[in-house]
Ligand binder design. Structure first.
Ligand code: FAD
Length: 474
């Protein structure tokens, strides 16, 4: 009897428990990807992710073809598509990997299918550990990362990854499949994604290469290098993880067997991977994580909104070089370094006093790794409205952050070329540079590069007052 493997955000053959289980039935396997109506996905897919999805599905279809199979593409409501396809092909079982961000939707779909005698079998393949296994004594999600991490380590090593199948038995029966091009996932003119392929190769091969490169060249200095945006010291695996082109278990186990001298770096890297599990456990506990403040004392917070300032932030024209470099890196590559994500998010929320949800949405639309759990949890963390609230008085100073983490200004020079010739001393504060220094660097402030749109000192006081008023309403 044939079975369906329903691919969602697990676009891989390697270490794919759902695919593996379907193969174990011994019957033919029908791999399918469903383009669901947007309101059923968790938030609409961002533009940068549509680009990624197009290429990732192309890669998956190619791998399936080399394994003697193929990818069926269908648009529609998942339960309708699955019932229809099952009827045409005689399928009685659908295999999926659990997607925690769509838990509710999936439950409804499974019930609908059950009514038609089609069983859904769901597997654990997307996180290091099943979220229900890492809970507090009271059975709740941990609100703070460190105890979560301790519990995750206590739970033991993640499951052993399963290799990819070499041959996937397929069914001769021909069923309808749509053409990927007709889905219009790629940008129309102008092609704002033209710079993406310089860094990214969506698909399993690209993920495997990023992992190998990280282990060979970067892992040895991860702990120190990961905070420096001008050094390419992190794995760049996030968009591959977001689309499930590689499993976290595969990544975890690949860091085994490193020399003893690297052990501190291995632990640190695994800890970052565990942050992803942590964000998912928060999302499961609080499915409105991207819409509602975890801490409801923020519900009456007085956010401001100045459309011009928001636009300046999105375009990297705030007059604070480290913020602008981050926002332009995002535009150019669909990615931003973690340290700079924190700085730019803090700037939007605390210097511009703009609601974190506006920033979360912008990131969701522009990041290739936009992830329903990681993005929302991190934005709430920076805002101080999240589960593990950062102290509200922690307001990043964009000049000091720049000087600390990009001391030579290389990151700024790369992404804000109009400051390319500016002396190192002023690279993070061109507004303080004497006229002769600016002239020498060929910079006319207010023209080639903007003056700061807010004064950080004043903005900081304003934010502190608003945060205090919230915690202390009298
Ligand atoms: P590495 O340092 O190599 O880390 C390995 C993996 O660990 C990452 O790929 C990621 O899956 C996970 N990880 C690392 N840091 C975090 C973290 N703080 N939270 C959760 N998981 C983490 N990450 C996303 O994957 N998607 C997002 O939409 C996203 N939005 C963010 C928004 C803000 C405001 C902030 C401050 C952080 C956000 N992050 C997000 C987390 C982090 O910035 C990225 O995961 C990281 O920069 C990806 O680069 P890397 O793969 O080279 O990371």
């Amino acid at each position: 009897v044939p079975s369906i493997v329903w691919f969602r955000r697990d676009l891989r053959l390697d270490d794919n428990p759902a695919l593996h289980a379907a193969m174990e039935t011994g019957g033919p396997v029908i791999p399918v990807y469903i383009r669901e109506p947007q309101h059923l996905n968790v938030g609409p897919l961002g533009a940068a992710q549509r680009w990624w999805l197009h290429h990732s599905l192309t890669a998956l279809a190619k791998s399936l073809k080399s394994a003697g199979s193929g990818l069926t593409l269908i648009s529609g409501k998942a339960e309708d598509v699955l019932v229809d396809l099952a009827r045409q092909t005689g399928v009685r079982m659908v295999f999926v990997n659990r997607a925690y961000e769509r838990h509710q939707v999936d439950r409804g779909i499974a019930l609908e299918l059950k009514k038609r005698d089609i069983a859904v079998r769901a597997f654990h393949g997307q996180l290091l550990q099943e979220p229900h296994a890492i809970r507090t004594g009271a059975g709740r999600a941990f609100r703070v990362f460190t105890p979560f991490w301790n519990a995750l380590q206590k739970a033991g090593e993640p499951r052993e990854p399963i290799g990819p199948p070499l041959k996937i038995p397929s069914q001769d029966h021909h069923h309808r499949s749509e053409r990927l091009d007709s889905w219009g996932l790629l940008p129309k003119k102008p092609d704002w994604a033209a710079g993406f392929p310089a860094i990214w190769t969506p698909g399993e091969d690209g993920a495997r290469e990023k992992l190998a490169d990280f282990i060979d060249r970067k892992l040895q200095d991860y702990k120190h290098g990961r905070d420096l945006p001008s050094v390419q010291a992190t794995s760049l695996l996030s968009p591959h993880l977001t689309h499930g082109e590689i499993s976290p278990a595969r990544i975890w186990h690949a860091t085994r067997g490193m020399p003893k001298t690297a052990s501190e770096n291995v632990v640190h890297f695994r800890r970052e991977l565990a942050w992803r599990d942590f964000c998912y456990s928060l999302l499961i506990e609080f499915p409105e994580l991207d819409e509602k403040n975890w801490d409801n004392t923020f519900d009456t917070f007085q956010w401001g909104y100045d459309a011009k300032e928001f636009r300046a932030w999105t375009k990297g024209l705030t007059g604070y070089p480290i913020v602008d470099a981050g926002m332009r890196q995002l535009w150019r590559y669909g990615f931003m370094h973690n340290r700079v994500r924190m700085i730019t998010a803090s700037f939007l929320i605390k210097d511009l006093m703009i609601d974190w949800r506006k920033g979360e949405k912008w990131f969701r639309d522009t990041l290739v790794d936009a992830d329903p759990a990681n993005n929302a949890a991190n934005w709430q963390w920076v805002a101080g409205s999240g589960a593990d609230a950062s102290p509200f008085f922690r307001i990043f100073n964009p000049v000091l952050q720049g000087e600390k983490f990009d001391p030579e200004g290389d990151y700024v020079r790369e992404h804000v070329p109009e400051l390319g010739n500016l002396d190192r001393k002023y690279i993070h504060k061109p507004f303080d540079a004497p006229k002769n220094v600016l002239d020498k660097a060929g910079i006319e402030l207010g023209r080639a590069y903007p003056r700061p749109i807010v004064d950080h000192g004043l903005a900081r006081d304003r934010a502190l007052a608003a945060y205090r008023a919230r915690t202390n309403p009298s």
